[in-house]
Design a protein around this ligand. Structure first.
Ligand SMILES: Nc1ncnc2c1ncn2[C@@H]1O[C@H](COP(=O)(O)OP(=O)(O)OP(=O)(O)O)[C@@H](O)[C@H]1O
Ligand SMILES: [Mg+2]
Length: 318
């Protein structure tokens, strides 16, 4: 990202992952870790001040960074689509939800008139909106938060994408609706075989839904692995701290198999204040001399499908 003086400040570094057909990969981390910027980079929808300085984004073998703006426009909504973090700002308050879904259908599938309306109603049914024939004529403000989120999912699915990016699809919703939306995403994924990139700050919420989890901290991946390993055998102190914040894990019957570090003190360092050393150092209860004298280590494989970036793990001292 370019700061006020025009200097480049790193937002996301060395991030590498893939999402397979029919699989869910979750990006998890606290606010400001770079989750949304990663998603927007994949869609090539980054705000103006942000630039991609190196790397590749492959969608079925095509490097998206080599495509023209026009080519990207035709891919968005069709090959890849995104459920944005703010449903109220992503939906236009002046148009009915049916008109907004129909617009996507017109743009991507050339459907118009009654065919688009019928398909919009069918999509509202797919996302389990009751009385879809009536709700198709509702304006966003006439729907509950959960319903609006379902409309967003219907719009994202309208072009039958191969990759669906869901950026905090349930932040504004209460826990029961959150569970329904996650169930719905899982169901729709089974039916369509889409690859899903799920973004959330809630590690507990995605534990069951995700096949793989990447834990981001200050723009770097600090731990990655299959979901069960990350949740049941976390190795990075930050991942453990995140799990300690999940009531299910803190109130669970069995004692946790890792050292209880309590809540994570402090905050994610702001952009521009991140050095080469471990960005979590200042907040880490397990920080040792080795952590202070070297730059943050690369992700180190510690088991099949499990990697961690932590000197204490690399040195085998934990
Ligand atoms: N439009 C913007 N202009 C300048 N900086 C931004 C902008 N949007 C985000 N940032 C900064 O970029 C970094 C990454 O932000 P990002 O939105 O990706 O975080 P996030 O992990 O999605 O957080 P949250 O959980 O709050 O959505 C943060 O330091 C943030 O302050
Ligand atoms: Mg975000």
């Amino acid at each position: 990202m370019r700061n006020a003086e025009g200097h480049l400040v790193s937002v996301i570094e060395n991030l590498s992952f893939s999402v397979a057909h029919g699989q869910t990969t979750a990006l998890v981390g606290e606010s400001g870790c770079g989750k949304s910027m990663t998603a927007l980079a994949l869609m090539r929808l980054l705000p103006e001040d942000f630039v991609i300085t190196s790397g590749r984004i492959l969608l079925e073998g095509r490097d998206l960074l080599s495509l023209s703006a026009k080519e990207m426009r035709s891919l968005r909504g069709r090959a890849m689509s995104m459920i944005f973090q703010e449903p109220m700002t992503a939906l236009n308050p002046l148009f009915t939800v049916g008109d907004q879904i129909a617009e996507v259908l017109r743009w991507h599938q050339g459907l118009g008139g009654s065919a688009a309306r019928e398909r919009a109603i069918a999509l509202l049914r797919v996302v389990q909106i009751p009385a879809a024939e009536q709700r198709v004529d509702a304006y966003p403000h006439q729907l509950s938060g959960g319903m609006r989120q379902r409309v967003m999912i219907a719009m994202a699915l309208a072009g039958r994408p191969k990759l669906l990016i869901a950026d905090e699809p349930t932040t504004a919703l209460d826990v029961t609706v959150q569970a329904q939306i996650f169930d719905l995403l899982a169901e729709l994924q089974q039916e369509t075989g889409a690859a899903v990139l799920l973004i959330t700050h809630d590690l507990g919420a995605v534990a069951e839904l995700a096949d793989e989890i990447l834990v981001l901290y200050a723009g770097r991946c600090i731990e990655a692995g299959v979901s069960a390993d990350i949740v049941e055998a976390p190795r990075h102190p930050y991942t453990r701290g995140l799990l300690n914040c999940v009531p299910h894990f803190t109130l669970g019957r069995a004692p946790k198999p890792w050292v209880d570090l309590g809540e994570i003190p402090g905050m994610v360092p702001p952009l521009g204040a991140r050095g080469a050393d471990c960005a979590f150092l200042a907040r880490c209860a397990l920080a040792a001399d080795i952590c202070r004298s070297r730059p943050q280590p690369a992700l180190d494989p510690i088991g099949p499908g499990h990697a961690v970036s932590c000197w204490r793990e690399a040195g085998g001292t934990t």
